[in-house]
Ligand binder design. Sequence first.
Ligand code: EPZ
Length: 419
Amino acid sequence: MEKLIIKGPTPLRGDIRVSGAKNAALPIMASALLASGTHKITGTPHLRDISTMIELLKHIGAAVEWNDEINITVDKLNVDEAPYDLVKTMRASVLVLGPLVGHLKHAKVSLPGGCAIGARPIDQHLKALEAMGAKIQLNEGYVEVRAKELHGANFTFDIVTVTGTENIMMAAVLADGKTILNNVAKEPEVVDLANHLRDMGADITGAGTDKITINGVAKLKPHPHHIIPDRIEAATLLMAAGITGGQLTISNFPSSMLDTAIDKLRSTGMEITIDGDIVHVERNGTLKSVDMTTAPHPGFATDLQAQFMALMSMASGTSIITETIFENRFMHVPELIRMGANINVDGGISVIKGVKSLKGAPVMATDLRASASLVIAALAAEGTTEIQRIYHLDRGYEKIEDKLNLVGADIVRTENKVG
Ligand code: EPZ
């Protein structure tokens, strides 16, 4: 297994570019199952999760080529199943459920099972499909969805769910009649998917608000799509500059998708100037401790919580971070404590007392964003940090050590002999 060896502290200085968004690419790729023909997708990041989605689409019967761009050709789909061995490696595989049911009126998808950050059920996805006339069967760890006819429905999600909203949008675009979805996710990736479905011929309005309205159409056709920049990677880079006291100029930066995060980081004393999609960030003086509570978009993203905690671990004062989306998203805490952070956790609330400096130490990545927080901490820590199980990091960050080394970091990827 590979690990990263990071020597700190290294103030980051220079220019860096944000890659395409993993969480936009995955639903866009799944949407190819809605229309026969060849779907061309550009700007996709080179990540493990993208490879997993390609494997899944090929298993279902699509032909996929991935050079600089991804071309997904759908004609006859021979399998409408997402097998356990693929779904267990990537929960987002569940995103084939909506398009398969929407196009073929049948799908058999392995239940994703929990993951490190929580149980992450898909009950809302299934409840919405039932409201649209689908019959749901659960057996042997698989959910089977059949629908003679999928009809429109007026459905309110009990809980805001990103992939739930995406799945049901993709099921509804070919359904018979009008579907109104309430209490939907408003993430930019949801809006990008709705824009793409409209380009494919769907009649869909309201994405980005609390209510999405879809009038089913008979057929969709492929349409080329360029993936939006990754707002989570972008904000992660801001915090890497903030914790190391560096100065970064970041291009391809989706500032309009990060209002809350940018406001929060400015309140810690970071100077962030925006010029179109170029952002300059630097930190003069000490970081101030600031409280934060995660919330669905446009709130502070749960995917930035671990990184923000690393930043606050070196701020002057005490900050309270509350995680409201996932029930177990503090697994970076014990690892940050090993590096000298002073953090106490009680349920979904963590209290961070800033320390003057962190110390390099061997630590373990546990999930995608936790690993990003360890990288951020290691860049600022005194001495050498070894981060093991970095396959978690590779799921969501494209060659992060290459990017960071170009702006002054000292990171080496190496094979970990033991374990
Ligand atoms: C998406 O996951 C993202 N993944 C996650 O990013 C992100 O953390 C999450 O949204 C929240 O923003 C992709 O877009 C591929 P949810 P998703 O359904 O859709 C509960 C990353 O780091 N829930 O919005 O799976 C659920 O348990 C990943 O890139 C139900 O109870 O998240 C959670 O507590 C990690 N029933 C909350 O809702 C359901 O049917 C939000 O989950 C669905 C969800």
